[in-house]
Design a binder for this molecule. Structure first.
Ligand code: 26W
Length: 824
């Protein structure tokens, strides 16, 4: 039958090869003999896509028939990376595809390398969404992700000759994207600007005019591991609608309607490259609204087919907001229920507040979204009215509980009074949700004790909870570290750990066995050599695979303190230079690896990159140093680079100022791959150290509860740097001497430490050096013990599987259950 045409047995190599050839000749319209690596990749991807679509359809029919409660994960970023390797692994067809491509004269690895990363995210938040959708599929949860289909993902990072970050666009869709399914028939109208007319004697209003456009759906199927279930990420693309600006058109103002058309084209052009830094741009609010309105219309259309009363909406759908970026969806649901579905305000509010849950990802004040009221009013006038009403009712309740407490009212108001006024999105998210969570224990406690304290008093403790982040062990171990995965599977006697990461614990006793340690160690060496080869090839830097590979791989940010690391490197360099040739023999060799992008407008973060690159240039070519110290900055960090870097690390550098890193997730990926944690008592580091055991980790630095006091002293009772840290003062002198480029170029960076030192770099410098010394002693003194700790660390990471996180959300917040497509 026609349906059968897509059916290939999982181990039918010839059958799979045939589908690849068929795609070359049909989908790609090429002669089979004229297949280069790019075409082979594309045809292979299309062949895999057929498998995904089949599962996608089965999942959709099954869920439609069963009509379970569904979870919708709203994320403005989806940092997926590549899909081919991940897809064939999750389908259990990697061997088949390897053999099939060999049959056609290709090495599967080469095909994998033809794929461009889907880099629709900045960092932690976007990659978290990608891990969560993998787990939702694997747990067979009825759930979809919703986001935006940016034409340009996160910028490509290049380095100038002098070590400055340069940004270039990332036109990732220039080559066709085989993983997406365009659904031009799934399109919703979206309105911006316009006028609002109240409807007499009702809560309703009519919003009309302004600019209309369409949001068009593009689906990316996400296969689960060891299940037929396939989840979906639905991304929206903005498109002008014919006669969209009837007002200006009818008024004879053709030019204005054309102008609006280009405004529409802009909306989904580019991902905003800021991470943890809010910028109140109109275009960004347009992105947020287009995404939220289209997604909600899509969800409500699906619900409406059930022909149930609106009061049952919360029994059938839950929407998880990944940070405050989708908060406008709360006002949008209110608007649709009141203005379009004729529901009273109070009834609509009852329904709405049972649908949404909100995850906070940062306590940094500069990252909290607040929109200028005037901008909001212009773009979304009806929504602003609704928000005012929400705020009015909310503040009335606050006033009732705390009469005459005007300070409290001002503190808690969703509208920040002043000139100008702002809408505080986090407060709207809290008031409109039934649950709010942070992303690691410390972070969740901090939210409740600091920025959301008033709201805990008002809403009660139960309104707030913690769900510690997690990472998918499929991509971050099975896919990126095949040798270690094979060792684990062999030693456990099954692959069950891939869906039950707690089973890794059973390997902890193996850390005591010499043979196992040896096997583990050889794998780490292989992964280090693989990385060293790439670095030699791409950057011309020769690494010593016997050195400590210490990786700090994350966005460049002052709070993450790449500064602390590079200053410590300079200190180490000076020590090596000072040492006699005999003493140098006792020094342990290190390779410091950095990777990460700086927001294009973040001057200080860019200076840090420049310093790292220029220190590398000097240190890596210094005869006195030899291979005792290498400093590598890997440009254009991405998910696929992470997959090579992470398995090769010995040390995971996680050194944010205590209280600033909400969770961190590279800490989890590195630990799972056997890197020892060198870190501060912050974010998920704390839980990693608890689970791995503190003996396995090198923790240092001021604790969260000391930070405020130290920070205050730095600002108001400053002592000279020389006194706070003589070692750091010496490092600064060396930088100022012009050792790493013209004297003066780093002045504004050094000044942040000399003056307020808000992030406690000088205060933590000494204890960071001390922690590195302990690393030196272990590395040089007892390599067997090192490997033992690495094994224990890796096998203790079961809690950090995103399957655990997502199951926690499902049980504790979403109230959704597994709906597994029968195997038959
Ligand atoms: C509005 C500008 C903006 C853009 C992005 C503000 C905030 C963000 C993100 C929420 C920043 C982010 O990615 N935070 C990171 O989230 C990870 C996943 O929970 C955590 O592991 C990181 O600690 C946190 O910094």
């Amino acid at each position: 039958t026609a349906l059968k045409a897509n059916d290939v047995d999982e181990d039918d190599v010839q059958g799979v090869a045939n589908t690849i050839v068929r795609h070359v000749t049909t989908s790609l319209a090429r002669q089979a003999g004229n297949m280069d690596t790019i075409a082979a990749y594309q045809a292979t991807a299309l062949s895999v896509r057929d498998q995904l679509i089949k599962r996608w359809n089965e999942t959709t029919s099954y869920h439609t028939a069963r009509a379970p409660k569904r979870i919708y994960y709203f994320s403005i970023e989806w940092l997926i990376g590549r899909s081919l390797d991940n897809a064939v692994l999750n389908l259990g067809m990697k061997n088949t595809y390897e053999d099939a491509s060999r049959k056609l004269g290709f090495n599967f690895e080469d095909l994998l390398n033809e794929e461009r990363d889907a880099a629709l995210g900045n960092g932690g938040l976007g990659r978290l969404a990608a891990c969560y959708i993998d787990s939702m599929a694997t747990l067979s949860l009825p759930g979809w992700g919703y986001g935006l289909r940016y034409n340009y993902g996160i910028f490509k990072q290049m380095l100038s000759k002098t070590g400055e970050q340069l940004e270039a666009p990332d036109p990732w869709l220039d080559r066709e994207n085989p993983w997406e399914i365009a659904r031009l028939d799934v399109a919703y109208p979206i309105r911006f600007y316009g006028n609002v007319e109240p409807v007499a004697n009702s809560d309703k209003a009519v919003w009309s005019g302004g600019m209309e456009c369409l949001a068009v759906a593009y689906d990316t199927p996400i296969p689960g591991y060891a299940t037929k279930n396939c989840a979906n990420i639905r991304l929206w693309s903005a498109k002008p609608v014919q006669g969209f600006d009837l007002n200006s058109f009818n008024a004879g103002n053709y030019e204005a309607s054309v102008h609006a058309s280009s405004e529409v084209g802009n909306i989904t052009q580019v991902l905003y490259p800021n991470d943890n830094m809010y910028q109140g741009k109109l275009l960004r609010l347009q992105q947020q609204y287009l995404w939220c309105s289209a997604s909600l219309q899509d969800i409500l259309r699906r619900f409406t087919k059930l022909e149930l009363p609106w009061t049952q909406l919360p029994d059938y759908i839950c929407i998880q907001m990944n940070d405050t970026h989708p908060t406008i969806v709360i006002a949008e649901l209110m608007r649709i229920l009141i203005d379009e579905e004729d529901i009273s305000y109070d009834q609509a509010w009852k329904i709405t507040t049972k649908v949404f849950a909100y995850t906070n990802h940062t306590v940094l004040p500069e990252a909290l979204e607040k929109w200028e009221v005037s901008l909001f009013e212009k773009l979304l006038p009806r929504h602003l009215q609704i928000i005012y009403r929400i705020n009015h009712d909310f503040l009335q309740q606050v006033a009732k509980r705390w009469p005459n407490d005007n300070d409290r009212l001002a503190r808690m108001s969703i509208i920040e009074e002043g000139t100008p006024k702002y809408v505080r999105m986090a407060y709207l998210a809290i008031v409109g949700s039934f649950k709010v969570n942070g992303v690691a224990e410390l972070h969740s406690q901090l939210l409740q004790a600091t920025i959301f304290k008033d709201f805990v008093e008002f809403k009660g403790r139960d309104h707030f909870t913690n769900v510690t982040n997690g990472i998918t062990p499929r991509r971050w171990l099975l896919q990126c570290n095949p040798e270690l995965s094979a060792l684990i599977t062999h030693s456990l006697g099954s692959e069950a750990w891939l869906t039950n990461a707690q089973l890794l614990k059973n390997l902890i006793p193996m850390a005591e066995q010499k043979e196992f340690r040896k096997a583990f160690d050889i794998i780490k060496q292989n992964n280090k050599r693989r990385l060293a080869e790439v670095i030699e090839q791409e950057l011309g830097i020769t690494l010593n695979p016997r050195s400590v590979f210490a990786a700090q791989i994350k966005r460049m940010h002052e709070y993450k303190r790449q500064t602390l690391n590079i200053f410590a490197i300079i200190h180490r360099y000076l020590e090596i230079k000072k040492a006699s040739p005999a003493d140098r023999k006792k020094i342990q060799p290190w390779t410091f690896i950095f990777a990460g992008k700086a927001a294009p407008g973040y001057y200080i973060a860019k200076l840090v990159i420049r310093l790292i690159v220029n220190v590398g240039k000097i240190v890596n070519n210094d005869q006195d140093v030899g291979d005792l110290l290498k400093v590598v900055f890997i440009p254009d960090y991405s998910v696929s680079i992470a997959e090579v870097l992470i398995p090769a690390a010995d040390i995971s550098v996680q050194i944010s100022t205590a209280g600033t890193e909400a969770s961190g997730t590279s800490n989890m990926k590195l630990a799972l791959n056997g890197a020892l944690l060198l870190g501060t008592v912050d974010g998920a580091n704390i839980e990693i150290a608890e689970d791995a055991g503190e003996d396995q980790c090198f923790m240092f630095g001021y604790l969260n509860d000391q930070v405020q006091q130290v920070r205050y002293n730095n600002s108001y009772n400053p002592t000279p740097l020389e006194q706070r840290s003589p070692e750091l003062a010496a490092v600064f002198k060396h930088i100022e001497s012009g050792a790493f480029g013209d004297a003066g170029i780093y002045d504004s960076l050094l000044k942040t430490v000399y003056e307020h030192d808000y992030y406690l770099v000088s205060n933590d410098f000494g204890s960071y050096l001390a922690a590195q010394k302990l690393v030196d002693e272990l590395w040089g003194g007892d390599p067997e013990e090192w490997t033992r700790k690495a094994i224990i660390t890796s096998c203790s990471m079961g809690d950090f599987s995103s399957d655990r996180s997502v199951q926690d959300y499902a049980d504790g917040i979403w109230g959704v259950e597994s709906e597994r497509v029968p195997d038959n």
